[in-house]
Design a protein around this ligand. Sequence first.
Ligand code: SAH
Ligand code: SF4
Ligand code: F3S
Length: 430
Amino acid sequence: MKKVYIETLGCQMNKSDSERIYAILSKFDYKKTNEPKEADFLIVNTCSIRQLSEEKAYSRLGVWGKWKKNKPELKIAICGCLPQHTDEDLLKRFPYLDLVFGTQNIYELPELLKEEKRTKSIKKKEYVPEKDVDFMREKSVNAWIPIIEGCNNFCTYCIVPFTRGRERSRKPEVIINEAKEIIKQGFQEITLLGQNVDSYGKDLEDKPTLAYLLREINKLEGKFRIRFVTSYPTDITDELIETVKNCEKVCNYFHIPAQSGNSAILKKMNRKYTREEYGAIVDKIRSQVPDVTITSDFIVGFPSETQEQFEDTLSLIDKYELDYSNIASYSPRPHTVASKMTDDFIDEKTKDERFQILNTKVKEMHLKSNKKFVNKIVEVLVEDNQGNILKGRTGNNKIVHFESDKYKIGDFVNVKIKSASVWHLKGEVI
Ligand code: SAH
Ligand code: SF4
Ligand code: F3S
């Protein structure tokens, strides 16, 4: 049996795609390995969200190309978001590449593998969910289920609509059956995935909603948690908030990227809400869902962002007590509207300064949010262990470390929190 290694860059959708690729390749006598050096087939599953993400993929290819000099039978492939959007002939640029395929061609792999010659296949048309395949899921406590792929929002900075196409939902019965299977296999957590999960079902005949899926999966027997990412602020419905509140297996956690705290910048980003509308959604969720954690994403240095506008981002985080936020420095992307706003580009030094200031704010908020849990009793799902130190997560996504030789990965444990730092909580088993 031959061995295949996939280097997965980017978001959870890519991780989930890699699980499908492993499943397809296993039918072609390829065994998964976590050790690239021993692989016969190397695949880099790429991300294009920032320039830097693409450079990572190229540098991986460079290293593998050198290995191939001593191992000419080594097969090398690039797939995912980068080849999907680029017009560049990657086979020409990288002479040691054997195979190039896009996000919409995973299902074509069986045919592509039969090709003797170097091959490129990028389907510009979106893949139709009916032709579904298995996933070879990573052995951990959590299993991903993609429910909707693609995005119709066209935020002016974002390349995703060009790498993933328009929104396509998978059928609810397929998703619910997959959830049943996952629980049978012994996973303790299910995460429903999509670039914009709140859009789920709008393209299907019966218009099933994300809330419907959550309720149906919540009814399944067994002890497990349900999560969902990512939410678009103004698409979060009352039905969804109500469902999160009422379904005991659905975690009290929302990831709601704001991107900026300034309404003029939001408009330029083509985000369909103002600072106040974003805040109102956060307030509504907090007033209904107890102990809810709300996290966000922000971009610093979007074209024309002034110092005052940047400071609105800081004050938004403060005002609405966002528990944690991912920060990205704006990176112009091909095909996007914002990449043409070249006159308004913010210089790298200013972007770096803003990044550092925002980073300090985010850490301060995370500590503040973590401290609220000191002396509370929380339920932790153990995900990892290092000797006697067990690491896990609460339903509302707080990372907890505690000492025990009694519990193992996959156990639910009640822990009393003793102290809090920026990145995690420490507690004792009760
Ligand atoms: N669908 C999600 C986000 C997907 S991309 C949403 O609507 O928010 C993940 C994150 O990458 C985004 O939230 C954004 O903060 C960041 N990002 C996207 N394009 C970017 C760019 N051109 N430069 C810097 N960060 C970017
Ligand atoms: Fe990108 Fe905007 Fe779609 Fe999110 S909602 S994937 S940021 S275009
Ligand atoms: Fe990156 Fe593609 Fe995900 S661009 S963030 S891997 S959808």
